[in-house]
Design a protein around this ligand. Sequence first.
Ligand code: BF8
Length: 675
Amino acid sequence: MSEDKKEKAVKPKKVADAMAASICPATQEMIKRAQDLDIETVFDRAVTMKPCNIGMQGTCCKMCAMGPCRLPMPKAGIEGEDTRKGLCGATANTIAARNFARMVAAGVAAHSDHGRAVAEVFLSVARKETDDYTIKSPERLIQIAPHFGVDVTVEKDGEEVDRDFDEIALEVAEKALAEWGKPEGELAYLKRAPAPLYERWKKLGELPRNIDREIVEIMHRTTMGVDQDYKNIVKQCTRAALADGWGGAMIATDLQDVMFGAPSPLQSEANMGIMKEDHVNIIIHGHEPVLSEMIVAAAQSAEMLDYAKKKGANGIQLGGICCTGNEMLQRHGVPPAGTFLQQELAIVTGACDAMVVDVQCVFQNLANVAKCFHTKLITTHPIAKMEQDNVIHIEFDEHHALEDAKRIVTMAIDNFENRKAEVMIPKHKSVQIAGFGVESIEYHLGGTFRGSYYTLNDNIINGRIRGVAGVVGCNNARTKHNDAHITIIKELIKNDVLVLTTGCSAIACGTHGLLTPETAQVYCGPGLAEVCETVGIPPVLHLGSCVDNSRILMAATEVIKAGGLGNDICEAPLAGSAPEWMSEKAIAIGQYFVASGVYTVFGYHMPLDGAPEFRDYLYKELETIYGGMWDCEPDPVKHAQKMIAHIDKKRKELGIDKARERVLMDMADRQALEA
Ligand code: BF8
């Protein structure tokens, strides 16, 4: 072997720089530990594998076997006519729009199939086929029934009386489930939107008919040789996305609230430091609370706790990853151990006795990492298995759910004594207040007597609160973990923008200490700080998992209903953001936010640059159709500033910009005035 070749052979493996990969100290510690143990994680793969340049531009078409046809934008750009085309003649716009639409379809499918699973469990409850699940919030059921056209009262002897509750439950369950496949009509929940918004969708011919049909139609339209007009493709994107936000995801949120209870504010903690060396640690990862609810019940049972003690542990510590983490947090105060990018690292602690996963956002590499430790990796969902032979599949069935959950918890307890590697749990964790919902915002900002969003609106009108932003979504290993979430949110609250957060963004906020009322005094502008201090809320409100983005839509609707901030969502000083998005689900969410009138900025990049005309259609022209539009800004501070500029534009259009100028007078001046 030549000297050159020898040198090449011993070249050290390229790995991630932990400090550059994340702003979270626990994450940094665990990345380094994984590297010391020669265990590869997503952070390392992100530095060794470059993303495909043409895919990044959105202009690779693999819809037929004449391709993949690749239409990259030439480095020097295009002067004059754009003559790029695939073998069939598809333009860059058509190809990028098809790819975008298929992301919407996949995202809608994921959220809505989750919603369908919840609706099916609810039907079993309504039919009294299961004892493990019950109706914990009858009030919520009564609240949503009329939206499905289900009567909650009946006439008896000339008098209006309450209808039999079991009958209501059964009819709601059947009607909800029918939303996925009813042969005619439109989705029941669309009329919950402000009337002008509903009318706009109707005029545009974009009211979703049933959830499954809109997904199927995207797949049909985007297959070879069908819809070749990018504007027409976007219309179907809207119809499908609305079937998610105002359909499948909203039904998921509501029926989860009905069965598991509507969240209300509670205290908890966040980050990997919640794991305990002397406890059995069970990490639940995925999305459907149908599973996690039962694991919580099993892990809290005296039977399981006694068994854990018998096996030498001081208790059972549950922790969440991704949206299951949010679901368990919102309703039970179970602390999240981390976001999407921390899933492998929870195992790297050496203290994870079982990781239980269901659907979505689950790395296949978990199996490889688990192999290096004693961790039992358990898949539970029939549609989500793994090929590696160390993965255990315990299929979860709602008809004997608690039994399945106990089996899983028992397996974790039995595994406690098998810990091999030295345990190294990072110390870092933060206190957080989570568990907000549409009603709790109303309660905290409006009080029990007012019972409306009037006080929030009042504070927006008088300028103490500049506007409201929804900051949501994933982590992405191509960007610094949590950096954009935290930078953007700090910039927003510094400028008096109240933030509503969900998904991994919410976990990031909890991890970095932004979900406490005390945060207001440290990071907020004077107006927002004053409101938070008066009512005792954090300036960043945790509204739940990604399907709970429907709560943000309903909060925006409540703002419009309370009056004074326009007649439609697009008129109010609101903005949306997904700073570190990676999932197709984020694109579906973005599209329903935009189509509901919200200016929505994504971080990192959007796969649109190979088709500038299509990109401009999304970023500029959609505003003339929906009042909301897409945008992309990777720089976090500029990203927040764009949202603030939009909020200010809306304030000006509403004629409330002057009030804001008065409040912004200057902090020192204000203090002098008060003195
Ligand atoms: O649905 S935010 S990484 S966990 S996709 Fe996944 Fe993104 Fe996290 Fe929840 Ni949402």
